[in-house]
Each structure stands twice: as structure tokens, then as C-alpha cells.
Write a new protein. Structure first.
Length: 511
């Protein structure tokens, strides 16, 4: 069964058919995602953020390099008591101070997108100068050291320097590769001049370490760039959701104002319409009944009858619209009491019996006997049954048959089912029939057209009773309407409590 969708302007706040309004938003979202998910080559959207993070982390770890230089100097002086190691330490501290001063200056100014490349080149130059200091360390030798201990010391220090620099400066791209070019050049010069295997091996090992840690730093940079991209995309989506929420709140506010205006309009128009309708109905009935005397022209009597019927139809329409409006506004109060569905069904059948006989329609009842009472609003339940019976009589052809059933549901509730053998409703039109002012093709062709509010009112009343409404129909096979009340509304009879014998008062005894 296909579900019908109401396209009326009073039901839809947002018209989903107008997709052109969302093209600009979709285009902006696609552009943002393409910008965020593209590769880092040629994409400098986060260079300023990366540079800021690098400057902040460099200032926080400013004391690590002097500590490393002090440890390296102490171990080197222990292995080779030479004054040159202290000169190298002083050079490294001076170069490190230059980098710290450069980072502090960059942290105090606001780096714009145009200044990002300039400051990046300055910071890379500072790291190249620091790499020159490590190149000076690579030129040192030890003529008095026995064995290969100084080679192991130099190799360990240089490998540690490469790894430490890669981990602390990966936010600044290519800092490892550019910073340790002087060191590789110094080691390569020593290896060419000496021709020793240890020098060649140390050069190859340090060069391999520089390439490897450059790759590791590049991967860390790309991973951090991806994380920042996801964070930025999340922020953009949150901003879009906030905008959509504000638009939804504004649309809801306008809808509430429109609904309030509609309720006020209906309340005022009901009074304005009912007042002249009372005069129209009263005078037209007097004229058609010829209470004050016969009408000379029989056509006038026919016209007065038509006026009375039209006024009655208009009054019924106003009442149905007001009932549905009160239900939608939540102002439809139920006056609940114990009642019997069997008695209400019998009374409603008697009300429509005259109309059914006029069309030679037979109404059969199939009631389960001795059913307990239910807790419901009697006026509302009468309206439900009368609406369903009126529809059945209206659409059942001459000589047809209507069956009214009242019984138990499988869940312990009670139901009222009204089935006719009329033309039926196509399955694809059932959602339309259940919507406000909706009418099927059979009803449109029928001479007795209604307002299209009977079934929506039935649905709303049953929903107020926590019940359910089911409409089953097939073309040329008739229609069955089922109104169900839940088991929580069934009043169970409680047996009377037998009178218990009075308890005699116990006498006090004193020892």
C-alpha cells in the first residue's frame, strides 16, 4: 500500500520539491570537502595552523636542546679531553638561542596567510644553521681514543640528533632534510678524504637515517594535516547544522503563528457564520413546511427546501472544521465515563436506519453478548460510529448490505467494524482519504460529495483514546472501517467482598 503525501501549503512548512534552493549549500559543502580531503601538495590551507603549532611546541621544548648539548659535551670530554668540544657546545647554544628568539618573535606577531611562507623560510633557515652546528660536531675526531669507541659515540649522537629533530619539528616540513644536509656533507668529505670503512659506514648510516626520519616526519605531517582537516570539516558541518536549526526554529515559529491565526480565524468565523445560518435554517424550514400558510407557487416551496438543505450542509461543514481544529490544537477535551459499545452501536444504527431504508440498504449487526463496559467519551464514540455508518450508507449502492460488528480484539480490547459491499477504494487512494479534506475518485464522482473530514476526525478521536483506526478496502470489493479501543480502557467487573464476621473484643486479664 503506497503512502500518500500531503502537498497542501498548510501542512508542509518546507517544500521539498524546490531543490534549487539547496544547490548553493550543496556546492559549498562539496567545495569544502574537496578542499579538506585533497593532498597536501599544493594545498596550503593549514600551513598557518601548522606553523603556529610548530612555534608553540618549539618554545615549550626550548630547554631540551641545551640539556642534550650538555650531556653530549660531558660524554665527549670524557672520551676525548679536548677544549674543542666546549667550543662546539657554545656554538650550538648560540645557534639554538637564535632559533628560540626567532620563534618568540613569530609568536608575538600575527602571521597572516601572505606571511606564512616568509616565516616558514626564516624558521627553516634557523634549522639549517642548527644543522651546521651538528655538521661541526661530525668533523670532530679523536687521535688518542683507543679502538672504535669514538665512532660509536659520534654515530649514536648523530642518530639521536636526527631522530629528536624529526620528532620535534615534523610540523615544519622538510626541516629534517634541509637541517642535516651540512652534517651529511661533512661526513661525506671525511669519508672521501680518509677512505676508511668506518667513515664510509657512518656516512651511509647517517644518510639513511636522515632519509628514513624525513619520511617518518612527512607521514606525521600528513596525518596531522588529515586530523586538522577532519576537525575543520566537523566545525563546518556543526556551523551548517546550527544554521539549519535556526532556520527550522524560525519555520516552526512561523508555523505556530500561522496555526494560531487560523484558530483565531475559525473561532471568529464560526460565530459570524452560525448567527446568520440560524436565521436561514429557521425561516427556510418555516417556508418549506408552510407553517404560516401555503405558498402560491410550488417552485418557491422547492427553493426553500433547497435553501434549508444547503444551510444544514454548511452548518455540518463548520462543525466538522471546528472539531478538527480543536483536536489539532489540543483543546478537544474528553468527558470520559463508563459506557457500552453495544448500546452506542445500536443507537447509531437506529439514527441512520431511515437513510438506509430510503436506499433499500440492509444493516446487519453481529454483536458479541455480555461485553463489559469501556471508559471513553460517549459523545466522541457516537461521532465515530455515526461518521463511519454515514460513509457506509452514502457509498453503498441501492439494495446493498452493511455489517456492523462489535467484539473483542486479540490484545484484550474492543472493536467496532463497519463493512459495506460498495464500490470500494483503490489501495493507492487510502492515504488520500485519511488526510484532511482528502477525497477519493469514487467520492468525487458520487453525487453526495462530503467534506473529506469524517475519517480524519475519527482517527483523531481514537488517537485521543489511545486507540487505533484501520481502513481496509479494495476496488469493487467493498470497504471495512475498524475502530479499536485498547485493553486499558476495558472496565473489568470486580466481585463483591463478602461480609466478614465482627471480631469480639478481647477482655483484659490481670494477674
Amino acid at each position: 500500500m503506497s503512502s500518500g503525501v500531503s502537498t497542501s501549503t498548510d501542512k508542509n512548512i518546507v517544500d521539498r520539491t524546490r531543490s534549487h534552493r539547496n544547490k548553493a549549500v550543496s556546492k559549498a559543502v562539496r567545495a569544502t570537502r574537496d578542499r579538506l580531503q585533497s593532498s597536501s601538495n599544493g594545498n596550503f590551507a593549514f600551513d598557518r595552523d601548522m606553523l603556529s603549532i610548530h612555534i608553540g611546541s618549539g618554545l615549550q621544548a626550548a630547554l631540551m636542546t641545551p640539556l642534550v648539548v650538555a650531556v653530549v659535551t660531558a660524554i665527549g670530554f670524557y672520551l676525548n679531553p679536548d677544549i674543542h668540544i666546549f667550543a662546539w657546545a657554545l656554538l650550538m647554544l648560540c645557534l639554538h638561542a637564535i632559533n628560540v628568539l626567532l620563534a618568540r618573535r613569530a609568536s608575538k606577531v600575527e602571521i597572516t596567510a601572505a606571511d606564512t611562507r616568509k616565516w616558514r623560510r626564516r624558521l627553516l633557515t634557523g634549522h639549517i644553521l642548527l644543522g651546521c652546528g651538528w655538521g661541526v660536531f661530525a668533523l670532530q675526531g679523536c687521535s688518542t681514543c683507543a679502538g672504535d669507541s669514538f665512532y660509536f659515540y659520534k654515530g649514536a649522537v648523530l642518530l639521536f640528533a636526527v631522530s629528536y629533530t624529526a620528532m620535534s619539528t615534523f610540523m615544519l616540513r622538510q626541516s629534517v632534510l634541509y637541517g642535516f644536509v651540512p652534517m651529511i656533507a661533512a661526513l661525506l668529505g671525511i669519508a672521501i678524504l680518509s677512505g676508511q670503512v668506518l667513515d664510509i659506514g657512518l656516512t651511509a648510516m647517517c644518510a639513511t637515517a636522515v632519509v628514513f626520519f624525513h619520511y617518518v616526519a612527512e607521514r606525521l605531517y600528513r596525518s596531522n594535516l588529515t586530523l586538522m582537516s577532519y576537525q575543520s570539516e566537523k566545525d563546518d558541518l556543526i556551523a551548517e547544522l546550527e544554521v539549519a536549526k535556526s532556520m527550522s526554529d524560525e519555520a516552526r515559529r512561523r508555523a505556530e503563528e500561522a496555526n494560531l491565526a487560523k484558530s483565531r480565524f475559525l473561532a471568529s468565523m464560526s460565530h459570524e457564520l452560525r448567527t446568520p445560518l440560524n436565521a436561514i435554517l429557521g425561516f427556510s424550514e418555516v417556508m418549506s413546511s408552510e407553517v404560516l400558510g401555503p405558498l402560491a407557487n410550488p417552485t418557491y416551496r422547492e427553493y426553500s427546501g433547497d435553501i434549508h438543505r444547503s444551510g444544514q450542509h454548511l452548518l455540518n461543514l463548520i462543525n466538522e472544521i471546528l472539531d478538527l481544529s480543536r483536536i489539532e490544537a489540543g483543546r478537544y477535551d474528553l468527558t470520559e465515563d463508563s459506557l457500552s459499545l453495544l448500546e452506542v452501536a445500536e443507537d447509531c444504527i437506529g439514527m441512520v436506519q431511515l437513510r438506509a431504508r430510503a436506499k433499500s440498504i440492509t444493516i446487519r449487526d453481529q454483536f458479541e453478548k455480555h461485553m463489559p463496559q469501556v471508559w471513553a467519551d460517549e459523545k466522541s464514540m457516537r461521532q465515530v460510529m455515526l461518521n463511519l455508518l454515514s460513509n457506509a450508507v452514502k457509498f453503498t449502492p441501492q439494495g446493498g448490505e452493511i455489517t456492523v460488528k462489535v467484539g473483542w480484539t486479540a490484545g484484550g480490547g474492543q472493536y467496532v467494524a463497519i463493512k459495506d459491499n460498495g464500490p470500494g477504494i483503490p489501495e493507492e487512494e487510502i492515504p488520500i482519504v485519511l488526510s484532511a479534506f482528502g477525497q477519493g475518485s469514487i467520492a468525487i464522482k458520487n453525487a453526495e460529495q462530503g467534506t473529506g473530514l469524517g475519517l480524519p476526525i475519527v482517527q483523531a478521536i481514537l488517537a485521543k483514546h489511545d486507540g487505533q483506526f484501520i481502513l481496509r478496502s479494495k476496488l469493487r470489493e467493498g470497504t471495512e472501517a475498524i475502530a479499536i479501543l485498547p485493553s486499558t480502557r476495558i472496565l473489568q467487573s470486580v466481585p463483591a467482598i463478602a461480609d466478614a464476621p465482627a471480631i469480639e473484643r478481647r477482655r483484659k486479664s490481670f494477674a
